[in-house]
Design a protein around this ligand. Structure first.
Ligand code: SAM
Ligand code: SF4
Length: 334
């Protein structure tokens, strides 16, 4: 990873003055799990499964890096199902200006692959674990693999990843009784476990009504147990982080329905087919792929991205029950 600092004559910025150091790049829509709130019937093949190629990704990330983006998260779908995932990681890690390369994974085969991921330049890993109870984990993901995923978490710690985080979607009636179990899990481990409030999507309305819990419920419980809010780092993701003197790990809360969620927005998203999504919950993406076809198009690509910034809205409309027509989060990365 290079430490080159570009003179950002034209940094990415929207009309509200928000800057975008952080890009979430989806590399596939495909997933091998069937999480009940995301892809309950598993990934359904569509007419067009041609995801961004490595050269397209290199051109895209180079353009973003030259406009001030320095943190990239590879996501999906399940990013690691791509056979060329390591090649993607190596390519992105080698781009001038990229200082932090992260990925989000369901932990499939992580035990066997953690070292390869690290060697390819990945330094931060988010692993999704919605329950520490093997039966419930199976029920939520469609896979009886909690033990394997937990071994993968340990492998990531042993390998020396700079940040190991766990994503846990809060689900009423499923994992809402597990708070203390999750807290003890981070007691002696340098892990940040982040509770994500379930988001409504086009596909999960009935599920959402049944299982959504406001993040405020967990915030109250953390306060009662002596956890305190930590200052937010520059380039940090959307979590509000809590610390406790008796715990090595941290707890994060990602609450997209909270009133301040959008004011600290510092990220943009690219779908696996090259659509720029200005908001996780905005409607369709702006197709950038035609401008990723040759190195000569770089200035045109940058101009296009800069131009689209004016369409970034101040806030999503989730409070009004508008899910932004996103069918599920696997299509653009959570
Ligand atoms: N497959 C990888 C994984 O599960 O970690 C990466 C993609 S997944 C879409 C990224 C994150 O989004 C996961 O932590 C997942 O739990 C979360 N997610 C998916 N659908 C969600 C929803 N409707 N509400 C809240 N989080 C969701
Ligand atoms: Fe797959 Fe991740 Fe969605 Fe689960 S949350 S179905 S692992 S993309």
């Amino acid at each position: 990873m290079s430490s080159t600092n570009f003179i950002e004559d034209r940094p990415l910025q929207d009309n509200l003055g928000r800057r975008f150091p952080y890009l979430r790049l989806s590399v596939t829509d495909v997933c091998n799990f069937r999480c009940t709130y995301c892809l309950p019937d598993g990934y359904q093949k569509t007419h067009d499964d041609v995801f961004l190629t490595v050269p397209e990704i290199r051109r895209l990330v180079t353009a973003f890096a030259e406009m001030g983006t320095w943190k990239i998260r590879l996501t999906g779908g399940e990013p690691t199902v791509r056979k060329d995932f390591l090649d993607i990681a190596r390519t992105v890690a080698g781009i001038d200006g990229i200082r932090k390369l992260a990925f989000t994974t369901n932990g499939y085969k992580l035990l066997q692959r953690a070292q390869d991921y690290y060697d390819a330049g990945l330094r931060a890993i988010n692993i999704s674990i919605d329950s520490l109870d093997p039966r419930r984990f199976h029920e939520i993901t469609g896979h009886d693999r909690l033990g394997e995923v937990m071994d993968g978490v340990q492998a990531a710690l042993d390998t020396g990843f700079e940040a190991v985080k766990i994503n846990t979607v809060l689900l009423k009636g499923l994992n809402d009784g597990e708070l203390d179990g999750f807290l003890s899990f981070v007691e002696d481990r340098p892990i940040s476990l982040r509770f994500i409030e379930l988001m409504q999507t086009g596909d999960n309305l009935t599920y959402f009504r049944k299982h959504h819990i406001p993040a405020t419920v967990v915030k109250e419980k953390l306060k009662e147990r002596g956890w305190e809010v930590q200052e937010r780092d520059i380039g940090a993701g959307p979590a509000i982080e809590y610390v406790h003197p008796d715990f090595q790990g941290r707890i994060g809360i990602i609450a997209p329905y909270s009133k301040d969620f959008c004011t600290t927005c510092n990220r943009l998203r690219i779908s696996a087919r090259g659509g720029l999504h200005l908001c996780l919950f905005g409607a369709g993406g702006y197709d950038l792929r035609p401008l990723m076809q040759s190195d000569e198009q770089k200035e045109e690509l940058k101009n296009k991205i800069l131009d689209l910034m004016k369409f970034k809205k101040s806030s999503h409309s989730l409070h009004d029950g508008d899910s932004g027509v996103r069918q599920n989060l696997a299509s653009v990365g959570g």
